[in-house]
Design a protein around this ligand. Sequence first.
Ligand SMILES: [Zn+2]
Length: 141
Amino acid sequence: MSINSVQRPCPICKNKVSKALPLYSFEKWNVVQCTKCSMVYLQNTATYIDLEIDYSWDKTYFKEANLREKKRGILKRIAKAVRIINYRLKQSDHDRYLKILGPGKILDIGCGDVVRWKSPFIPFGIEISKNLSKYSCKKKE
Ligand SMILES: [Zn+2]
């Protein structure tokens, strides 16, 4: 797992001078503001291969979810539980989208390792995690 140590210029105006924003930066990720056009951007990025493997959802989700859960107070945890119950009482995504969109092709961006759309939808999925997309392809077969 690595991040580019190259400090990239502003993606809008290509200015190489920026002001650090430590309040918005996290761990090794540097958020900066361009001194010329005020664009706020991530100065150091991960390589595409690292995004596919090391920073993929299946590797980072549970770590992040645990960190967030520890920071939450009891009221926020109760509110989350109520939202989950409310969501489960409503009709499924499949039926809701069928009413809105009608049958046909559907694109699931960040589909993870599941194929959740069944007939009359014709599902297509995009998943950056190589691990999850591999499982999704096996399940589809
Ligand atoms: Zn700029």
